[in-house]
Design a protein around this ligand. Structure first.
Ligand code: 9D3
Length: 261
């Protein structure tokens, strides 16, 4: 059982997230437990203030340390072995391999900042890890926490239904997904590739690998750098390479002769 606790001043944002789709099913199956704590409940003053002006001046507000420390302490009490993660634009960037790393934890305490940021003394003393979900500006950590919970939950054995399980392969082989088709066989003059209707399983598998490789090379070539290729994949790339060579050959000959330009 993996446990997630989100610390936020907007617990209603994440509450709706538990109630749908894969997260809901994983909770029902007791594969994960998810909850939120309202940082405001741990404010120490009468008006439950969670932010204050920055020392040294400047624009924007900073999250006060006391309510955050109180919320983290409360979460730790029920999950002492959980990793304490701050969602922040300066964190290491989340990806599938970070998701695998987090899936190995016993629990995650996900601390969501709002405003301009949180008091640095919280980052130093109480936080073990800092994660960003990408180089763009959000208004707080809540969406990032939900992204992480969803990606990690999908990796927990038994959390996905039998129908979803196959999907785990799509990123694990390091290639983009092949092209998908369903009925009808002709849609707005576009035909489903013949081989997919053939029932020839070996040919279909080959076509799908070729589709995956082609898409990866054209849309995300950096995924192929530093990834090992098996024999079949090498064969497919060699075939294209030869084909491209044949197309370019006449130009290369004329270049050597100094024709045209
Ligand atoms: C305009 C203020 N920013 C100067 C570059 C600093 C800033 C502070 C707080 C920017 C964003 C935020 C709120 N964002 C998050 O808390 C956050 C986040 C994000 O903005 N992008 C990607 N991942 C994450 S995780 C948490």
């Amino acid at each position: 059982m993996m446990e997630f606790t989100v610390l936020t001043i907007f617990p209603e944002m994440v509450a709706a997230f538990w109630e749908h789709g894969i997260i809901r099913r994983a909770i029902e199956r007791k594969k994960i437990f998810a909850s939120a704590l309202n940082i405001r409940d741990f404010a120490t003053d009468r008006h439950q203030v969670t932010d204050d002006r920055p020392y040294g001046g400047g624009s924007g507000m900073i999250m006060k340390p006391e309510p955050l420390a109180g919320a983290i302490a409360a979460a730790e009490k029920t999950m002492p072995a959980a990793r304490k993660i701050l969602l922040t634009p300066r964190g290491r960037v989340f990806n599938q391999s970070v998701a695998w790393e987090l899936a190995a934890c016993e629990g995650l305490i996900l601390v969501c900042g709002r405003y301009e940021g949180i008091d640095e003394r919280i980052c130093h003393g109480l936080i073990e890890d800092e994660i960003s979900i990408g180089d763009y500006i959000l208004s707080g950590g809540e969406l990032a926490a939900m992204v992480i919970i969803e990606a990690v939950t999908r990796l927990i054995p038994g959390a996905l239904g039998a129908d979803d399980a196959v999907e785990n392969d799509s990123f694990s082989n390091g290639l983009l997904e092949y092209a998908h088709y369903t009925r009808p066989p002709v849609f707005e003059d576009q035909h489903v590739p013949e081989v997919l209707l053939s029932g020839h399983h070996r040919k279909i598998e080959n076509w799908r690998l070729e589709s995956s490789l082609m898409r990866t090379l054209l849309k995300r070539p950096e995924l192929l750098h530093g990834r090992e290729l098996n024999n079949r994949e090498r064969e497919i790339l060699k075939k294209w390479s030869d084909e491209i060579q044949r197309i370019l050959e006449p130009y290369q000959r004329s270049k050597k002769r100094g024709d045209c330009e």
